[in-house]
Design a protein around this ligand. Structure first.
Ligand SMILES: Cc1cc2ncn([C@H]3O[C@H](COP(=O)(O)O)[C@@H](O)[C@H]3O)c2cc1C
Ligand SMILES: O=C(O)c1cccnc1
Length: 350
């Protein structure tokens, strides 16, 4: 708990001086004022996050956290739990969607076992396993309070290692965990005070009857566990998941280390919601990516006060939208660093 507390207290507001200097520069570049829209606000945000009015992005990575879910036994996913491990192996071989899009963005992929239901002996998988999957939240809390804290702190430590020891300057979230749209929907329902039928979608593609069953499972989980909305760790422990907790910790760790972090789709955004409820200032360090097809995603983004950048009808997760958004974030960074000013270029200003 100590590490988590220290991390929360070291998250500070963005550097306004660096942001002002960035704004001054953006306004003298050879373009009509504000004409690069969100590229300008991203450049300014990067300046505020890093404290550098000319922010630099060098090494980039996507952290894919994996975990299994006891609630899968309720038949809430179109796929069986074994697929979680099988996809972890696919990530290590480089054959998954995230591998392709991370290569396309020149980003490294880190795969973390936060709570996969089987032992993993694959080269390169970071082992932070808290348990062999969560408990079935329809019957009992998904994890204990202590396990939730341990998972959050694992994420904090991974962020710190990537930033401080390995020199990554841009992080992105990704996840793999069959059934994890179920806890993500539960988290949204609880934190947003929303009706389960409004927040719950089809995940990997369940049919109408499957959707009703999934909604019932979420309702029952909330009813049985009575999560305390004023204690975000209690909510996470009762109706969350290990990879979701790990990602929330990763986000807090990125914020504490003044590093931007791109938030992927629905599940990653549920993790971001936990981070926001634990440390509201952490949102200033988040950069949204795409709008997922999962219906609850736009509700989470609204609760976070974030607007998606890409509309691509994606609903995969793994960090795929975040990897694509890296192109835009890097583009924004290049604009503020490489574009000529009116004075440099001898162009008549406004
Ligand atoms: C082959 C495969 C690859 C995936 N990659 C991400 N997900 C996505 O689907 C899962 C969530 O949906 P649900 O809650 O319906 O199970 C998560 O693992 C998520 O990362 C995948 C799902 C499958 C089947
Ligand atoms: O947006 C996502 O992250 C998502 C949506 C559906 C299934 N898996 C992931």
């Amino acid at each position: 708990m100590d590490l988590l507390k220290r991390t929360i207290s070291s998250i500070v507001p963005l550097n306004t001086e660096a942001m002002q200097q960035a704004q001054v520069r953006l306004d003298i570049l050879t373009k009509p004022l504000g004409s690069l829209g969100r590229l300008e606000s991203i450049a300014k945000q990067l300046a505020g996050i890093t404290g550098n009015p000319r922010p630099q992005i060098s090494k980039k990575c996507v952290v894919v956290m994996a975990g299994d879910h006891g609630v899968a036994s309720e038949g809430v996913s179109a796929f069986p739990s074994e697929v979680t491990y099988q996809m972890v192996a696919n990530f290590i071989r480089g054959g998954a969607g995230i591998n392709v899009l991370a290569r396309h963005s020149n980003a490294d992929v880190f795969v973390v076992d936060m709570g996969v239901a089987v032992d993993i002996d694959l080269p390169g998988v970071i082992n932070r396993k808290i348990d062999y999957g969560t408990r079935n939240m329809v019957i009992e809390p998904a994890m204990t309070y202590e396990q939730a804290v341990k998972a959050l702190e694992a994420g904090v430590e991974i962020a710190k290692d990537l930033i401080k020891n390995q020199g990554y300057t841009l992080l992105a979230t990704g996840e793999m965990g069959i059934a994890n749209t179920t806890p993500s929907s539960a988290l949204l329902a609880v934190f947003g005070g929303l009706k389960v039928e409004d927040v719950c979608g089809r995940g990997t593609g369940i049919d109408e009857a499957g959707l009703k069953n999934k909604q019932n499972a979420i309702r029952k989980a909330i009813e049985v566990n009575q999560p305390n909305v004023n204690d975000p760790i209690d909510v996470l422990a009762k109706v969350g998941g290990y990879e979701i907790a790990g990602l929330a910790g990763l986000i807090l760790g990125a914020a504490a280390n003044k590093t931007p972090i791109i938030i992927d789709g629905f599940i990653s955004s549920a993790a971001a919601l936990i981070a926001q409820r634990i440390a509201p200032l952490s949102v200033e360090y988040m950069i949204p990516s795409h709008a997922s097809e999962e219906p609850g995603h736009k509700m989470i983004l609204e609760l976070l006060g974030l607007k998606p950048m890409l509309l691509l009808n994606m609903r995969l997760g793994e960090g795929t939208g975040a990897a694509l958004a890296m192109h835009i974030v890097e583009g924004a960074c290049k604009i503020i660093n490489e574009m000529a000013t009116f004075a440099d270029a001898g162009v008549t200003g406004p």
